[in-house]
Design a protein around this ligand. Structure first.
Ligand SMILES: [Zn+2]
Length: 385
């Protein structure tokens, strides 16, 4: 037995790709030209992630507009927006550096994805020699496409949520069909739901329990054997090297979060101040039996917002400490978040997206090496055959 380790999903898009996206939005290049840049970035992402020794890799989401909007639009600027959507929806989040990210607004039914994560994975999976994972967006995030108050004429909230759950289920199933070994569901809005920000009305509506119920509506459509490989990612946001809800106490989130019947959780932790307290909370609230699956807790040992590379020794020590509070057979390691959940991100603290990519691979290599060292120290490698 070893300690499993897995990334969240995204990597910074190379500067050349970010320029190509802007040129595509401006009508200066064709979709085929954009796709050539995306292919190049995916291949580079996979090859370099494999070279870190990581047992499972992703394509760094190089084709996705963002972790949340990939089903809805081709680019973050809104080029190729899906039917029944307008650009001016709710703020998904306002970040500590003052910038914000906005969702589209649903104008009518039916709600359908324009792009499934598998549509992108299909183009990348042949480039990989190692197993691939795929991240998808949670129904709870996309539920914010529907206006916060009132009902759309001819398309009730209940009808929308039913369509949304069908689409999220399809998104996960298609990813497995195309060959993903693991699928993790991005749930960054969970922690933000515990933060009442008057500038962002939905955060004040106590929506966490509703989010958990909605996500379980989708998770419960999968068998226990399938849910072993379906995860949930939680974080306080990670965009332009900034967060949106790092001040929310994990004690407000974790008891509810572990009510979701997922088989594993990718949990931001490296950037927490009092990590041991959070390990204790995880040990207390995660479940050995979540409707037939044990909840494996992958703790964040790498901070993608900080250019300083963690050492393998630091990674090892965190895991050894976490193992005091989390049963070791349900312990794993991860990064705190994707390295660039949104396609357009200059990674200001890193200097440039290309530098941030180099640093990301060094960080992943540290995670992989430190995790193996922790397994050794915890006496888990003895059984290896
Ligand atoms: Zn995240």
């Amino acid at each position: 037995m070893s300690i499993p380790t897995e990334n969240v999903g995204s990597l910074p898009r190379p500067a050349a790709l970010q320029t190509a996206i802007a040129d595509y939005d401006a009508g200066k290049i064709t979709k085929a030209q954009l796709e050539r840049e995306q292919d190049k970035a995916c291949r580079d992402s996979i090859e370099r992630m494999e070279a870190t020794g990581a047992p499972i890799v992703s394509d760094g989401e190089q084709r996705a507009s963002s972790f949340a909007t990939y089903p809805l639009a081709d680019t973050l600027a809104g080029t190729g927006l899906a039917a029944n959507l307008a650009a001016d929806g709710q703020y998904f989040a306002i970040f500590t550096d003052g910038h914000h990210r906005q969702l589209p607004r649903l104008t009518g039914g039916p709600f359908r994805y324009k792009t499934y994560a598998a549509d992108y994975l299909k183009k990348s999976i042949g480039m990989a020699r190692k197993p691939m994972k795929q991240a998808v967006i949670a129904p709870s995030m996309l539920s914010l496409l529907y206006p916060l108050d009132g009902e759309l004429k001819g398309y009730s909230r209940e009808q929308f949520l039913a369509d949304l759950c069908d689409e999220c289920e399809r998104d996960i199933r298609k990813a497995f069909e195309v060959g993903a070994k693991r699928v993790s569901v991005d749930f960054t809005e969970g922690r933000l739901a515990c933060r009442n920000d008057p500038r962002n009305p939905w955060t004040g509506r106590k929506m966490l329990e509703h989010f958990i119920e909605l996500n379980n509506r989708v998770l419960d459509r999968f068998t226990a054997a399938e849910r072993v490989n379906i995860g949930i990612h939680t974080c306080p946001g990670g965009d332009c090297d900034s967060t949106h809800s790092a001040d929310v106490d994990y004690a407000d989130l974790l008891p509810s979060m572990f009510q979701m019947n997922a088989g594993y959780f990718l949990i931001q932790l490296a950037s927490e101040r009092d990590r041991e307290r959070v390990y204790q909370l995880i040990g207390k609230h995660s479940r050995a039996d979540a409707n037939g699956v044990p909840q494996v807790c992958f703790i964040g040992v790498i901070n993608p917002l900080d250019p300083e590379v963690e050492t393998p020794e630091q990674v090892r020590d965190e895991l050894v400490l976490a193992a005091k509070h989390i049963p070791v057979e349900r312990l794993g390691s991860t990064d705190d978040c994707g390295f660039s959940p949104f396609s357009i991100d200059v990674k200001p603290k890193h200097g440039s997206p290309d530098v941030a990519r180099d640093i990301a691979f060094q960080k992943i290599a540290s995670r992989v090496e430190g995790t193996a060292m922790a397994a050794q120290q915890l006496g888990l490698m003895a059984e290896a055959r």
